[in-house]
Design a binder for this molecule. Sequence first.
Ligand SMILES: NC(=O)c1ccc[n+]([C@@H]2O[C@H](COP(=O)([O-])OP(=O)(O)OC[C@H]3O[C@@H](n4cnc5c(N)ncnc54)[C@H](O)[C@@H]3O)[C@@H](O)[C@H]2O)c1
Length: 469
Amino acid sequence: VAAALGRHLALVGFMGAGKTTLGAEVARRLGRPFLDVDDEIERAEGPIWDLFAERGEPGFRQIEARFVREAAGRREPAVIAVGGGAVETRRLLDDLDVFTVHLDVDVETAWERVQGSRRPLAQDAVEFRRRHAARAPLYADASDAVATDVDGIVLAAGGVHVEEGALARLGELVPGSRAALVADAHVAGIHGAEAQLALGGRLATVHEVPAGEAAKTVTVVERLWRELRLDRGGTVVALGGGATTDSAGYAAAAYLRGVAWAPVPTTLVGQVDAAVGGKTAIDLPEGKNLIGAFHWPVRTVIDPALLATLPATERRNGMSEVVKTGLLAGEPMWELPEGELVRRCASFKTALCLRDPHDRGPREVLNLGHTFAHGLEAAAGFRLTHGEAVALGLLAALRISGRPTAEVERLLDPRPVQLDRERAWEAMRRDKKARDGQLRLVLLDDEGPVVRPVPERDARAALDELIRP
Ligand SMILES: NC(=O)c1ccc[n+]([C@@H]2O[C@H](COP(=O)([O-])OP(=O)(O)OC[C@H]3O[C@@H](n4cnc5c(N)ncnc54)[C@H](O)[C@@H]3O)[C@@H](O)[C@H]2O)c1
């Protein structure tokens, strides 16, 4: 299993790291229960201060270990804040089926937060510092990943690594034995050599797929299957935009009944959307994405520096998804510097997908604006990019939601298109979100996104507004 998908997510870290506050927020985003082991202990056994006084630290650690095991033994995957000292109980976390994230904090900040509080181990500044230093290797040893904020914890939980310059560290970041590198033919010429170098001796084979959507065919995937030389312990590494990661991810999902894969997205669409969440697909002449599989990556390596070579039109496609994500999250993510923008958007999608890995509910909101976009794209063909279609779709979704559109107009400049209205309408009605003949759309209200049936008349009017006479 990859990361915390379907497993408990345990947070460890020093006193004052914020395990309780951040843990509760992570649990909310993942739609999971939150368990604070210290709270559980206090509820059942009384104040930790008294337990320390009565039984000393070793006695307390025994009680703590029992409560950690109890929490980790619960069936429903939860977020569990584990007391800062639990790592001192040797192998406690190793023996449990939990994904462990170390919530790191510098000693000054930690002391600032806890001094003067009633915590047995936070009474003396010198001793506090000594312990912080002594614990560092224990946390490193006990955890699968490190994070310093909510987005970082969520990304770690999804196995997503975001870092400027991460491509150069691909060899360390991609787990597994041998790796097959599958790259978009155009991207291979730009970033392929660095990827190969970073994988070093682990590299088994290198494969190029046609640039862009042409990678998503049965023929390309069949060729990959025939060329791959991995065994079950190998990993397919996919370097390119969403088309490459969709295609290589699908090849990995079926090869030997499934080998691990690690997307390394090189487009903005890929970094904030396509490479996150475990959906893979190829196209048929009958339609896009008709064949595919859910196959969560063993690791997603996002290096925002790779976007430096991205053409402007591709960047605009990505901005439509960024604006969509910001609208869903209720935060103007588009105002952030690019690296942070990528991290926040990727984290938002990771949380939704961890909640709903098989796209059966919560993840549906990611379709904001997309029902209209699909209709427009079907009727406009190559005259409309996906980004332009999504920008128009967002406009329509906001109008039906009765919300201001100025921001989307300023950021994405959506322009009404000339195309066959009936064709667009038919394609939109066929969209998979239609249930019992009712068109269901993702809309926004004050609380955030909602999925609602919309009268055909209103949807049709909103679509018509996007089309030039
Ligand atoms: N699986 C999912 O959840 C999901 C989500 C969204 C989109 N998608 C899929 O993603 C695909 C679109 O992906 P995309 O928008 O990333 O485009 P893409 O993969 O088609 O790539 C677009 C172009 O950009 C070039 N390119 C890529 N990275 C570059 C770089 N760093 N520098 C220079 N050129 C670069 C490519 O060679 C290609 O010509 C669609 O097939 C869509 O269905 C999948």
